[in-house]
Ligand binder design. Structure first.
Ligand code: ADP
Ligand code: MG
Length: 464
């Protein structure tokens, strides 16, 4: 979890307890500015807000911060500061610093006694109220998945059991899974719903095994009315977890309890997945989600603008939809950047001001060519180090990491061969380049700060 997610979770909670006017007045321009071991500094726009928050909301905010950080945050203070144009992605704490809750069941049941209360926690295992059917835009590429999700929601445990939704990243799979959960909770407040990623399932299973708590684990997973499992492809290769999941699946299925699964590929294409699971997954309803076409992309942008109550002219939205074609997450990311930038500058978006923001979203083929030299320069500048040092022999971490980033980007962005990457970087061996590429690829999976760094570097690079 990064600071941005944490703060959004806190705000989400506060929003429920305050009037809209109050909430907007005091929290609109706040953000987490700094994290130092266990102290969080919240940036606020002026002294007045600072005093008010200290006086009125200190306890509540700290409690919520503690809860959402699993107790890692212990202190809270405020500082007058302007919010940065792009949201900050400071990793919250070193991973070790957050003690994994040992006994407490980490997985959350979402069985709400108060139907009108929205779940806004952003943790990976609870439902996020913003993912609902109302905010899901339907186009040709996802209409089947959407219709199936609605059917499941209307009659869980019926004919579409399991429902298996698959497709590339950022195309709305998680959104649909959660929409089913949110809709059902709304209609049946007592219903027992469990949303987990397959990684969560795996981790729960392993820790249950280790701590001799298998019966608790089984009880948790096999007694729900609805089980939503996100990103099932990660079960590939995990034999014992697959076995456990198989039994969980059967038990629920036999009792006509609904199972909904998402994956980045169809069941058969998941490597190292047992045949008996593949065939179970295929026995209900398979629905894919694809990339949105131009009209849908425009519709999505228009809807998101309305939701955010921010007006952008239609020709600009068309431009965004033309440039950003891959997936909805990127589309949303581009829109957020545009809004943040213009709010910060207090300016109205125009084609001229929007273009530079979109450079990093352009498909690689239409990007202008950059030379290795420009890339090295850009990275050196970004990390504030000397080019000679970057190309030199020192293995200091402050140099070695940026160097690996250069190698990664040369491979990823410029499709250079490993030997030529090595030689561009002061005559290094090609295995060094391979190692760097693998390392950064792995880091990127988890490290949001790094994702953000690369994003900014690419922006600078292509804006040269
Ligand atoms: P996936 O799980 O397939 O990787 P997500 O469900 O996380 O993708 O979607 C990424 C982002 O795009 C989310 O913020 C989601 O709300 C949004 N999104 C995806 N598809 C749609 C859609 N059809 N309508 C509205 N928002 C969408
Ligand atoms: Mg997802």
């Amino acid at each position: 979890m990064n600071t941005n997610d944490l703060w959004q979770a806190v705000l989400g909670e506060l929003e429920l307890t305050l009037s809209k006017a109050n909430f907007t007045t005091w929290f609109k321009y706040t953000f987490i500015s700094e994290v130092d071991t266990n102290a969080v500094i919240v940036g606020v726009p002026n002294m007045f807000t600072k005093a008010w928050l200290e006086k009125k909301y200190a306890r509540e905010i700290l409690r919520s911060l503690q809860e959402h950080s699993h107790g890692a945050v212990k202190q809270l203070s405020y500082r007058v500061e302007n919010r940065p144009s792009a949201p900050r992605d400071i990793p919250l704490f070193e991973k070790e610093a957050v003690p994994a809750p040992q006994n407490a069941a980490p997985t959350q049941f979402t069985s709400s006694p108060l139907p009108q209360q929205k779940e806004i926690r952003t943790g990976e295992f609870s439902l996020n109220g913003k993912y609902c059917f109302e905010t899901f835009i339907v186009g040709k590429q996802n209409e089947l998945a959407h219709a199936a999700a609605q059917a499941v929601s209307a009659q869980p445990g019926g004919v579409y059991n399991p429902l298996f939704i698959y497709g590339g990243v950022g195309l709305g799979k998680t959104h649909l899974l959660q929409a089913i959960g949110n809709d059902l909770i709304h209609k049946h407040p007592q219903i027992k719903i469990l949303y987990v990623t397959s990684e969560r399932f795996t981790n729960d299973f392993i820790s249950a095994l280790r701590s001799n708590r298998m019966s608790e684990f089984k009880n948790r997973y096999r007694t729900v009315d609805i089980l939503l499992v996100d990103d099932i492809q990660f079960l590939g290769g995990k034999k014992e977890t697959q076995e456990e999941f198989f039994h969980t699946f059967n038990q629920l299925h036999q009792n006509n309890h609904q199972i909904v699964i998402s994956s980045d590929r169809p069941p058969k294409a998941i490597s190292d997945l047992e045949e008996r699971l593949t065939s179970r997954f295929e026995c209900g309803m398979l629905a894919d989600v694809g990339s949105p076409d131009f009209e849908t992309r425009v519709a999505i942008l228009e809807t998101k603008c309305r939701e955010k109550m921010y007006h952008i002219e239609r020709d600009i939205l068309h431009h965004v939809a033309t440039v950003v074609q891959t997936n909805v997450r990127e589309l949303e990311g581009a829109l957020n950047k545009i809004i943040a930038f213009h709010q910060f500058k207090n300016a109205k978006p125009s084609i001229e001001t929007v273009k530079p923001i979109l450079t990093s979203f352009q498909p690689a083929s239409s990007r202008k060519n950059v030379t290795p030299r420009q890339l090295i320069q850009t990275v050196a500048l970004y990390f504030d180090i000397h080019m000679d040092d970057l190309l030199g022999q020192s293995r200091q971490k402050r140099l070695a990491f940026p160097r690996q980033i250069v190698m990664y980007l040369m491979r990823e962005e410029m499709k250079s061969s490993y030997p030529s990457i090595g030689s561009e970087l002061g005559g290094r061996d090609h295995t060094t380049a391979m190692h760097a590429y693998d390392k950064i690829t792995n880091c990127l999976l988890e490290d949001e700060k790094l994702q953000h760094d690369l994003e900014l570097i690419k922006q600078k690079l292509y804006a040269l």
